[in-house]
Design a protein around this ligand. Structure first.
Ligand code: API
Length: 308
């Protein structure tokens, strides 16, 4: 089967977009993995099929698939690129400045800016209200703290690993996140850093630590694992994504990290989240909604022959 595709990315988190308004594209996990392979396929962190919405007031439905073929409820960088796909191709009027995307996690309102040619340059997504209960994450641990509004949540729960104990604060943005603040890297073993003389987020071996916790039995549906460092002006983070591995950015992960930082007194209600692929601006509003602002870029388009 020949597939027309468009490659887009949000802060380096990249996706293969395929228009599927006729709802006749179904991809097996091995086909998804092949399309996402950076040597034998197109190369991406995930696939996004653009499908008709259930609710006609929504612009379209975002069907997101991780590069390992697993489905995820939500993708923050992906939904900004989703808006770009729709605006740049005229499915949504550039003048309207907003649209509602339908996702597996629910509807997400997006406001966007365009350039002089009507092409979307950046978008602000209302990522909804985070969920905290262990059953909502899901995580097989008891809640041990309460938010100001009385929601129970898992705060800096210690999980053991071959390299010692790590503390995670858990947040759902429609998909599961476990956030670890690396407050004392000197206390971690040398083998977890590519340069033991420079124990930093950059030299931290996220592939090993992230893979260990992503697959921990404490997360029955696995989890996206964030490691973050709080600076004087910004939060710097890296993410090992469920079903993908390390990505250059994770929109829902940036939101979860920001919320966890606010909950644990490390940050206020608005922050710049610095990721390897770019910076996302996150605000946790007083009404509980999390707003994420960031770029969306088109890389290239083409047609690929998908082996049967
Ligand atoms: N791997 C994630 C989905 C993609 C999230 C990320 N790319 C984002 O921008 O939010 C999961 O399985 O929940």
């Amino acid at each position: 089967m020949d597939l027309d595709f468009i490659k887009l990315h949000g802060a380096g988190n990249d996706f293969v977009f395929i228009e599927d308004f006729s709802r006749d594209i179904e991809l097996r996990s091995d086909q998804v993995a092949w399309l996402c392979d950076r040597h034998f396929g197109i190369g991406a962190d995930g696939i996004i099929l653009v499908r008709p919405p259930e609710n006609p007031s929504c612009a379209a439905y975002m069907h997101y698939i991780n590069s390992d073929g697993s489905l995820a409820e939500m993708c923050g960088n992906g939904v900004r690129c989703f808006a770009k796909f729709l605006v740049d191709r005229g499915y949504v009027s550039a003048e309207s400045g907003q649209l509602v995307a339908e996702t597996r996690a629910g509807e997400r309102r997006i406001s966007f800016e365009t350039d002089d040619f009507g092409k979307l340059t950046q978008a602000t997504v209302d990522m909804g209200i985070p969920e905290f209960s262990p059953s909502a994450i899901p995580i097989l641990l008891e809640a041990n703290a309460e938010t100001e509004s009385g929601a129970s949540y898992v705060r800096e729960a210690s999980l053991e690993s071959p390299w010692g104990w790590f503390s995670f604060t858990c947040v759902s943005m429609g998909n599961p996140h476990a956030v670890c603040f690396l407050d004392d890297m000197d206390g971690l073993p040398d083998e977890l850093f590519s340069d033991s003389r420079d124990k930093s987020l950059e030299t931290f071996d996220i592939e090993r630590a992230g893979a260990f916790f992503e697959a921990s039995p404490v997360f029955p549906e696995r989890a996206n694992i964030e490691f973050a460092v709080v600076g004087s002006h910004a939060l710097t983070m890296r993410v090992f994504e469920r079903g993908c591995g390390e990505t250059l950015a994770c929109g829902t992960g940036a939101c979860a990290t920001h919320v966890a930082a606010a909950l644990t007194g490390r940050a206020g209600r608005s922050n710049e989240l610095v990721l390897r692929g770019g910076t996302l601006s996150i605000e946790w509003r007083a009404d509980g909604h999390v707003l994420m602002t960031g770029p969306a870029r088109e890389s290239f388009s083409g047609t690929i022959h998908l082996p049967a």
